[in-house]
Design a protein around this ligand. Structure first.
Ligand code: NAD
Length: 297
């Protein structure tokens, strides 16, 4: 049994913390929203008055927060408060350069640290089947693994500090491109008089096959059940896709790597969100693309 500080009890963090509690760990929970603290309390977690209280005396501190700016502000409070030798795990999705700088701060203070962003969404957080992409030392990963195994189905050590965030944004940049390509292919198939079923049967078994076609088809009524069959209710919200696609572009700019398709995909998600995409699943961009004027998407 470990004492685990858990900071950020939102859509993802609360079910993750619940799984740790159910596995027998003692949770010191903190969130800035009182209603979230009440939910944590109802699950038998110890409620803390501040980030520092959640970190104090903990063997491990997990953060699951909205963005890099907030994670940085929280680290400036918890790094001085944590016990020497404790492990900090940040599972938020944040930019690679901030993640690296947080590793530096933790190391200087004698703490172990791991960036461990996730994929799998709220369903994966509730079921304990998230995929964790981890960056940090062997020692940090080794200490984190048994705890991450409780919350996840797959836990991958991607490399040194920042490697988890790098893996996450590269994957999601590819997903943003493959989903838009899939939507374009189905939209064109429809205009050419091809049925969605025929398009699916061919593309899912031919060289165009990919996760966006085979598993998460953006057209209702074909392929396995997906948000398309539920009026594009997320799923993986378009807002979160734009966040990740934008982080990928920030990293590409900093690294000096050309990613023209990634750049274009991020721009299309921005347009989708400004034109009815708010609150929709990211695969709902097919509706935007179907109605966009040619040459003017
Ligand atoms: P959320 O907004 O539901 O939860 C964030 C929580 O952090 C909120 O409860 C908020 O009150 C709390 N918070 C904000 N500032 C705080 C502070 N200073 N101290 C303590 N608590 C604070 O977001 P979420 O959907 O749970 O996502 C969390 C992270 O996980 C994000 O970085 C997101 O990109 C990533 N992520 C989300 C999903 C998803 O499907 N929701 C999937 C993969 C990754």
């Amino acid at each position: 049994m470990s004492i685990i500080g858990f900071i950020g009890l939102g859509n993802m963090g609360l079910p993750m913390a619940i799984n740790l509690k159910k596995a027998g760990h003692a949770i010191q929970a903190f969130d800035t929203v009182p209603a979230q603290l009440e939910k944590a309390k109802a699950e038998g977690m110890e409620i803390c008055a501040s980030t520092t209280d959640a970190a104090r005396g903990a063997d491990i501190v997990v953060t699951m927060l909205p963005n890099g700016e907030i994670v940085s502000a929280v680290y400036s409070q918890i790094v001085p408060a944590a016990t020497k030798g404790a492990l900090l795990i940040d599972s938020s999705t944040i930019d690679v350069s901030t993640a690296k700088s947080l590793h530096g701060q933790a190391g200087t203070a004698g703490l172990l640290s791991l960036d461990a962003p996730v994929s799998g969404g709220v369903g994966g957080a509730e079921a304990g089947t998230l995929t964790f992409m981890c960056g940090g030392s062997e020692e940090a990963f080794g200490k984190a693994k048994p705890v991450l195994d409780i919350m996840g189905g797959k836990v991958i050590h991607c490399g040194d500090g920042g490697a988890g965030q790098a893996a996450k944004i590269c994957n999601n940049m590819l997903l943003s491109i493959s989903m838009i390509g899939t939507c374009e292919a189905f939209a064109l198939a429809e205009k050419l008089g091809l049925s969605a079923q025929a398009a699916f049967d061919v593309m899912s078994t031919s060289s165009g096959s990919c996760w966006s076609v085979n598993t998460y088809c953006p057209v209702p009524g074909v392929g396995p059940k997906s948000p398309a069959d539920n009026d594009y209710k997320p799923g993986f919200a378009a807002e979160l896709m734009l966040k990740d696609a934008s982080l990928a572009q920030q990293a590409a700019t900093e690294a000096g790597q050309a990613t023209p398709m990634g750049q274009y995909a991020a721009m299309l998600y921005r347009h989708f969100l400004a034109n009815g995409g708010e609150g929709k699943d990211f695969s709902g961009i097919i509706e935007y693309l179907k109605h966009a004027e040619r040459g003017n998407a």
